[in-house]
Ligand binder design. Structure first.
Ligand code: NAD
Ligand code: GLY
Length: 360
């Protein structure tokens, strides 16, 4: 493939490449043929992404003698459910997919989580490839093997850890992404700066205009930096027993806000709100200096991200969702809280009173 950077998620026999570049969608078929991952593929994509890029990927596979077909579903978080999951499994069964066949997730985090969960469980697991097309999916959800669906009780409550065989990130596809979705992805990008790298955090502040103008070199650097951080964390702790939990900074309250909004607040924006809430909790616990918290909030605002829980949201309902969080340990919610920019700590010692103060 032309001019593609390759990172590796170091998971021994399940290690896989993350190929990052610009304008190489049509080369993916040749690379998949070379890697010999599967003999045919079901490309799963939402209707929007299928319309934009489905045929390019499909053709690229067929040009390399790999059979492929595209299965679509309605775009949006509402599709990340058990009914659609079962429907997709049924389609694979009806079409006779076997263990040598694979699934390609072409799309954002919804597609990656849903198609990944299908791949993880159909025939107890078939090969899986990610082609993320949103900024959020490129910097976060396509790497690390978390797959799953939402249930009425909460987000991502049913799923599996299932690593892809390869991730192909073409930043060119971001040109068609609605601006709001791009900004949502920036929330996850800022997350990496806060949890792991003050230099990257500063870079995001300094390069705000070039990033928002989607200057390709800078954007590629941003995506590569995030993927490298994520790959390192996942290689250290694949199953979120310990360090991987830092990737959930902003997600505890963020997921609850997202759920209470009925998913009208997109994931990345809910995470931005959650990051401010976590920073406020950190200040109240005496872990974080107010000036660092202000820097975090300022950067979120520079990227036009929301930081406040809408006043009309029922706080009790948010707290109900918090108690269904996957990070609960012995009935206590584990919060990821910044201590400085570039470092976080995880604690189950946040009192209900502090949470109430921050939510109000
Ligand atoms: P999404 O998949 O719904 O995509 C957002 C919208 O952008 C959709 O309408 C889609 O059709 C459209 N779109 C996608 N790519 C496009 C493109 N290139 N051009 C034009 N339109 C395009 O949402 P998302 O923000 O990518 O992902 C959010 C989901 O990811 C949530 O469900 C969240 O829980 C999950 N997530 C998972 C992980 C993980 O580790 N597995 C991490 C973070 C988030
Ligand atoms: N997005 C959090 C994780 O992958 O662990």
């Amino acid at each position: 493939m032309r001019d593609v950077n390759e990172l590796v998620v170091g998971l021994d026999e399940r290690a896989y490449p993350i190929c990052i570049g610009s304008g190489f969608l049509e080369d993916i078929g040749a690379d998949l043929a070379r890697r010999n991952i599967a003999k045919r593929y079901c490309i799963i994509a939402d209707e929007t992404v299928a319309g934009l890029y489905g045929e390019t990927v499909n053709k690229s596979l067929r040009n390399n003698n790999i059979a492929a077909e595209c299965i679509t579903f309605p775009a949006g978080e509402e599709s990340k459910n058990l009914k659609l999951y079962a429907h997709l499994c049924s389609i694979l069964a009806q079409k006779g997919y076997d263990r040598k066949d694979g699934v390609i997730a072409l799309g954002g985090g919804v597609t990656g989580d849903l198609a990944g969960f299908v791949a993880s469980s159909y025939l107890r697991g078939i090969p899986f490839v990610q082609i993320p097309t949103t900024l959020l999916a490129q910097v976060d959800s396509s790497v690390g093997g978390k797959t799953g669906v939402d249930i009425p009780e909460g987000k991502n409550l049913v799923g599996a850890f299932y690593q892809p065989k390869a991730v192909y990130i073409d930043i060119d596809v971001l040109r068609t992404l609605p601006k709001d979705e791009f900004l949502g992805g920036m929330a996850e990008v800022i997350k990496y700066g806060v949890i792991r790298s003050s230099e990257f955090f500063e870079f995001l502040s300094q390069e705000r205009d070039t990033i928002l103008a989607m200057q390709p070199d800078i954007l590629e650097y941003v995506v590569k930096t995030c993927c490298q951080i994520k790959a390192d964390v996942v290689a250290e702790d694949e199953r979120e027993g310990d360090i991987r939990r830092i990737l959930n900074f902003g997600h505890t309250i963020g997921h609850a806000v997202e759920a209470v909004s009925g998913f009208s607040i997109i994931h990345g924006k809910a995470v931005a709100i959650g990051m401010k809430a976590a920073s406020n909790i950190a200040c109240k616990m005496g872990f974080l200096q107010v000036e660092d918290s202000e820097k975090i909030i300022q950067l979120l605002k520079e990227y036009e991200l929301p930081t406040e829980i809408p006043p009309n949201f029922d706080r009790q309902q948010i707290k109900k969702f918090l108690l269904r969080d996957k990070k609960i340990v012995a009935g206590k919610i584990a919060y990821v809280l910044p201590t400085t920019i570039g470092h976080v700590r995880i604690t189950t010692e946040v009192t209900e009173d502090v949470v109430d103060q921050v939510l109000s």
